[in-house]
Design a protein around this ligand. Structure first.
Ligand code: PNS
Length: 164
């Protein structure tokens, strides 16, 4: 039987526990999930694509059916190149819906054979985003409960905060 492959695209600048929550839900549905880091997102990222991929690589070390790569260009083209039939996106709050709905419909128009699958995050992750954890971390606040250790250490290094 053919494998059900999904891509989970995003900026992941850096990956949060909310992202990993969605990833774990996706692996319960698909045989293989490729985390797809958009190399050049519209907003200037804190981390290079290589750094974002490496952070995720460390987070997925014990997740056997997950891989990570980076891409530029259209998500649907990257998905197709991997033989994926689905794009996974996480939904947190209602305000996510409009832009996600637009994106899903455009992706469907571009590549009708690829469906977007929305997964709801856990309640505890509803207010977590990469932007908010970067802001809090840069200002010296604790983000230990909302980001994996590897992301926290990488952010603290970037912001020149003592990591000892
Ligand atoms: O983590 P983000 O920033 O919300 O992820 C957005 C992302 C990377 C999924 C989206 O910007 C994207 O797919 N970009 C690739 C270019 C593309 O395919 N654009 C058309 C989507 S309608």
């Amino acid at each position: 039987m053919s494998q059900r492959v999904a891509v989970y695209p995003g900026s992941f600048d850096p990956v949060t526990l909310g992202h990993l929550d969605i990833l774990d839900r996706a692996t319960a549905i698909f045989d293989r999930v490729m985390v797809a880091v958009l190399a050049n997102p519209a907003k200037t990222p804190l981390f290079t694509a290589e750094e974002r991929v490496e952070i995720i690589r460390q987070c997925i070390a014990d997740r056997p059916n997950v891989d990570v790569g980076s891409f530029d260009g259209l998500t649907v083209d990257y998905a197709e190149s991997l033989g994926a039939t689905a794009i996974v996106r996480g939904l947190r709050v209602l305000s996510d819906f409009e832009s996600e709905f637009t994106m899903a419909l455009m992706n469907r128009r571009l590549k009708p054979s690829i469906n977007t699958v929305f997964l709801m995050t856990s309640f505890s992750n509803v207010f977590i985003s990469s932007s908010i954890i970067k802001e809090v971390c840069a200002l010296g606040g604790s983000v230990d409960e909302v980001a994996p250790d590897v992301s926290v250490r990488a952010m603290r290094r970037k912001f020149g905060i003592d990591t000892s």
